[in-house]
Design a protein around this ligand. Sequence first.
Ligand code: NAD
Length: 476
Amino acid sequence: MQLEYAPAPESRGVVDLKPSYGLFVDGEFVDGHGTSFKTLNPASEEVLAEVAEASDADVDAAVKAARRAHSRTWGRMPGAERAKYLFRIARIIQERSRELAVLESLDNGKPIKEARDVDVPQVAANFFYFAGWADKLEHAGHGTESIGVAGQVIPWNFPLLMLAWKVAPALACGNTVVLKPAETTPLTALLFAEICQQADLPPGVVNVVTGAGATGQAVVSHPDVDKVAFTGSTEVGKAIARAVAGTDKRLTLELGGKAANIVFEDAPIDQAVEGLVTGIFFNQGHVCCAGSRLLVQESVADEVLERLRRRMSTLRVGDPLDKNTDVGAINSAEQLARIRELSAAGEAEGAERWSPACDLPERGYWFAPTVFTGVSQAHRIAREEIFGPVLSVLTFRTPDEAVDKANNTPYGLSAGVWTEKGSRILQMAGALRAGVVWANTFNQFDPTSPFGGYKESGYGREGGRHGLAAYLKGGE
Ligand code: NAD
């Protein structure tokens, strides 16, 4: 049942899109020495801009600039001075929040209401939070000495937020950075570079090199990079771990996930259904910690599924810039192909597929919210990260069975527990092999709270006091 509503599109006018973008090296925008690539609006396939593809020589220039800035300015500056810059950046992010949110929505395909109400406020909050640490590092328990130059490679699902998770703690601790955004979403990192100029950040403290995997590889394998921080797929994370092995580089990896959202029979069902919807349809399911497996107690499975389908039928899928939109576009043709391939595998393996009736736009990359029932633990849709709006439903009878099924995954990033009983929450939180366990909520983020995984979800923590460890010499 699609509800009637009048479209309320956000204006693109606040964004000053340039036809082409260079790299940000040593405080300036420069032409690269490599080729260039196009970045698209995934909701329309319109080319937004041509972006420079950084070559090895460009990456080298960025690392040299970061090294100079570390030894001459940033690495020597008192923490209280560094904090002033970070507070200034945080305030400019707030001032330019509408522009940042619209650009993020255009380049990524996420609904404007999420970019506006979740991503950008969280980005500012991270800079405010880590600014507060810059002159208090002696209280964090990892020493006060910075590591040096950090090479940071990030994915496309939360382009600005992943930037903030990496850049804010690195800078607060006195490191300088060379950041490589994802090839499908480079634009907000380049706008952030402009914000660094506006904040008068000393040249070389933040460098942004755009490009694809080869540019990322050049960043992480550069001999003068002291610390590598990567967020992305487990496959690329493993390749980076191999590339860094045998060097004295420090490494943190934030990788994939296949979280269980566990609903017990005593859970408040309507709230749980809201949590399931947020868990898997927020950001089109392009969320490392998405609740992509629903484990529901057998006694309430029919009721939960019935209410879930009803709720899914009210989701509005379409133009990301429409303020009514709940589910936006899939970020790229490649990601859409992967979601389709895994969903077809689910059907072929015998699971039952359901989506609400919804009119998808003709151009762009779209996938209707989907739920699979009758899923067994051996199915690919129960084991592999789909990274799209697809929920796989399994059932359980006892808490022990729920724990066994939830932990039966190579990943260990997050989990959700829905129950009235506080004692059960504590019992489950202790038994689930996941870096974050949410109780009667899901996908809650806060800069003060550490985030990270077990097993193939990676190692190291981002956020909170723990997140400082990765950027201080005494942190390991
Ligand atoms: P990806 O691994 O394909 O790409 C991530 C980044 O790595 C991109 O910038 C890419 O250009 C770069 N890259 C690719 N090959 C490289 C190489 N050989 N060396 C260095 N860099 C290379 O991942 P993606 O498809 O962009 O992102 C989706 C994945 O990210 C999902 O698996 C998701 O779970 C994960 N993710 C994890 C977290 C977390 O905090 N654990 C957060 C967000 C996303």
